[in-house]
Design a protein around this ligand. Structure first.
Ligand code: GDP
Ligand code: IMO
Ligand code: MG
Length: 420
């Protein structure tokens, strides 16, 4: 049976966690395939807020086995905290959580290097979540990293010390930053005990067996397409493959097994951290979006930058991911806007284009189009009685992106979702 994918089409925080949780009742396996605790996926279960960083968002569905894939980078400290936070609500969480032996470990010094590197960049900083993501993936691709499977080896401590020496040499190249390595290391080794207790698998074989047995698998992306290390606004990106292709490398699933790609986009745009954001609003309208949408980071609490929906960017994301169904979230945030705007083309080198340029920071201006807002609550509507203005907005998105909108999210709650 097939693998379906849910991933972000913008700069992250599109509401992926909520949609994965909603759709997870149709699957028996939910897997995270990349990223790490830089992610913050918010779910409301029985009115209670949960933010997941490493655990897949299928954990609250009793029939779902949740897999942390090889493409994910794991900080055992964060993972231990997350497990503790979900256990009261999900007593069998440990029974339904599997970790790939090939997932890489975030060491305390990865966070240290992240901090020192960002600090040294000054005004050019990436705006990293400082969770050690970049340095951990550097060790992975540099062929120095430690993996979950290594903690089961008798010589693990030696491997750790060897890598730590490398890190200390690297740290010396940066101006000094405050980081209590000894304390962080102590906490890290304590938290390894929780990781030792988790079920570890060679996930590629495990998932292949599940596919043969006819199970339905859902792959959950973290971050978003514009933060992808290849196709995002490089260098202001994260260090993993956030797009559909990342499902194959991050889980060991062959491309031919992928069926639906459900792309999640907010009805407007947000970004945390630095880097180009063509439709950003630095005025009262941006402030209104931030307030209405409660746009503050789920992981770091930082205020998110806000702007209008960028159709040029969205179409690009549909292309690189092969999106088969669009899900537009946070439509309710626009309930009180008289007019809603859309970015439709960029001026680059004095020429108008509707393609994302090589360097998005070279965009000179952005052409917007405007539609009337619906000025009403969406609490009691469905796809058969949508306000005409909502239909007009969706038509515009569908035409521009050549992809159908199948889901419209109208609130943070699990069931505040319209399905076509
Ligand atoms: P993720 O990282 O993509 O899972 O998204 P986050 O959880 O970081 O951010 C999305 C935020 O929007 C969370 O606070 C969600 O509870 C909230 N949210 C999700 N969908 C909707 C929606 O349709 N309407 C509103 N108002 N909030 C939503
Ligand atoms: P979810 O899964 C939004 C951003 C950071 C920074 C850049 C690099 O919740 O959508 P990193 O910590 O990876 O070195 O940061 O990427 N970023 C996110 N922004 N949502 C996320 O995850 C993000 N994960 C990383 O703000 O600009
Ligand atoms: Mg988030």
């Amino acid at each position: 049976m097939p693998v379906d994918v849910i991933l972000g089409l913008q700069w992250g925080d599109e509401g992926k966690g909520k949609i994965v949780d909603f759709l997870a009742d149709q699957y028996t396996v939910v897997c995270r395939f990349q990223g790490g605790p830089n992610a913050g996926h918010t779910l409301y279960i029985d009115g209670v807020k949960h933010v997941l960083h490493t655990i897949p968002s299928g954990i609250f569905r009793p029939q779902v086995v949740n897999v942390i894939g090889n493409g994910v980078v794991i900080d055992p400290i964060t993972l231990e905290k997350e497990i503790k936070a979900v256990l009261p609500k999900v007593p069998d969480a440990l029974e339904r959580l599997l970790v790939s032996r090939k997932a890489h470990l975030i060491l305390p010094a990865h966070r240290w290097i992240d901090l020192a590197s960002e600090n040294a960049k000054g005004k050019d900083k990436i705006g990293s979540t400082l969770r050690g993501i970049g340095p951990c993936y550097m060790d992975k691709t540099g062929r120095n990293g430690l993996r979950v499977g290594d903690i089961e080896k008798p010589g693990f401590d030696k491997l750790y010390e060897k890598l730590k020496l490398k890190h200390i040499q690297l740290i010396r190249q940066f101006p000094e930053v405050e980081f209590d390595e000894a304390h962080e290391e102590k906490v890290w080794f304590e938290s390894l005990e929780s990781l030792r207790q988790l079920k570890k698998v060679d996930a590629e074989y495990w998932l292949s067996d599940k596919l043969k047995e006819g199970e339905n698998i859902l792959a959950e992306g973290a971050q978003g397409t514009m933060l992808d290390v290849d196709f995002g606004t490089y260098p202001f990106v994260t260090s993993s493959s956030t797009i559909t292709a990342g499902v194959c490398t991050g889980l060991g699933i062959p491309p031919g097994k992928i069926r639906k790609v459900i792309g999640i986009a907010k009805a407007y745009c947000t970004r945390v951290g630095s880097g180009p954001f063509p439709s950003e609003l630095l005025d009262d309208v941006g402030e209104k979006l931030r307030k209405s949408g409660n746009e503050f980071g789920s992981t770091t609490g930082r205020p998110r930058r806000c702007g209008w929906l960028d159709l040029v960017q969205l179409r690009y994301a549909c292309i690189v991911n092969g999106v088969t169904e669009l899900c537009i979230t946070k439509a309710d945030v626009l309930n009180d806007f008289d007019n809603i705007s859309f970015a439709e083309s960029y001026k680059v080198n004095e020429q108008w284009t509707s393609e994302v340029p090589y360097d998005m920071s070279e965009i000179q201006s952005v052409q917007l189009s405007e539609l009337a807002g619906w000025k009403q609550s969406l609490a009691d509507v469905n796809f058969n009685n949508l306000p005409s203005q909502v239909i007009a907005c969706m038509d515009k998105i569908e035409k521009f992106c050549d992809t159908k909108v199948k889901y419209l999210s109208t609130g943070p709650g699990r069931n505040e979702l319209l399905v076509k």
